[in-house]
Design a protein around this ligand. Sequence first.
Ligand code: PLP
Length: 409
Amino acid sequence: MARLNEHYDKLVAGYLFPEINKRVRAFAEKYPGRKLYRLGIGNTTEPIPPSIIRGLEKAVNDLAFRETYTGYGDELGEKPLRESIAQIYRERGVILELDEIFVSDGAKPDIGNIQSIFALDNRIAVQDPTYPVYVDTNVIAGRTGGYNKEESKYDGIVYMKCTVENDFFAPPPNEHVDILYLCSPNNPTGAVATREQLSNFISYALEHKAVIIFDAAYSAFIRDPQYPHSIYELENARACAIEINSFSKIAGFTGVRLGWTVVPKTLVLEDGVVGKANALWQRRQTTFFNGASIIAQKGGVAALTGEGRRECALLADYYLENASIIKRSLERKGLSVYGGTNAPYLWVKTPGSISSWDFFEKLLNESSVVVTPGVGFGPSGEGFVRFSAFGHREDILEAVESIEKNLKL
Ligand SMILES: *Cc1c(COP(=O)(O)O)cnc(C)c1O
């Protein structure tokens, strides 16, 4: 008799977005014809820049002729793309070997898959609040206990509480863990780790022979030069960190699908065999994955040329300007707003002591604006909501106007 993986039954997330949709549908039925402003989703809205589109078009065209057609490529990624990625790191003083860079169909699949090279009894720590994929993929793998309703936490996971007091970037835990997930700039708080904060995590990881899984999906939004874009800009990170990145938010590739993961050969783990983690990830990818789309990869090369990078920077600037418009407007209403200056997300304290869901309802009912309740990203997200700056400028302007006019605070 085939049995299903019972760990799936422990999952409670997946509740968040369906619940938002349910409430939005109820609202639409109650007030038919009222325009809704969706500032809740983390999805890109602006078109892929022209030079990158040309790269994608050429890749499609190459497939039309015998002379230029290619079938399966290198499972770890086409060399020109890995060279372009290595070049981006080199400009930040980070020297990587090409076989430390693994091209993929996106950061989320890599985040989900990377845990499979680690033992099931490893203890994990996550930022609280954070992107739910780190937790859920470990729940499915069986690396946690059940969901504890009272605490809104999974047993067996260490939650690093991110609060106003620690600038939404908690210090390393006081207890032993083996794997730490860090996201900077963070989704949902928009907080960015300083060099000092990352250094503290690196020291912790070296002391505990732990591994940091560093999600840099929003690094293209960092404008303040004091913040590192890659964890490898810090000393000794190559001994303890795996870094995951994506073209989704950089180049609008959310629907095209392209990302990469760096697994340094110098990673030091409990087993002590140098290069073993890199070899296992290579084995995992060559067994379960047959390489990212050649079209997407050639688009990725175009995105990393001088012209592509200038266009991508303008794209990020557009979303950052949206963030700044939202931030100014909410502050005029007297709300406390965090993030949004080096990230496309704003983390907004609910007024008084009302809950995330109550403020969600208030914003929806009074101003027709949809946000994401912070509590959906972890227990410490209670009392906050996330505003996303991904959207067309005209919609953002209408949304903030509606908030300024209609939200009663
Ligand atoms: C959007 C996002 C990603 C990117 O995922 P892709 O699969 O590359 O589209 C990764 N991490 C975080 C935190 C994100 O919000």
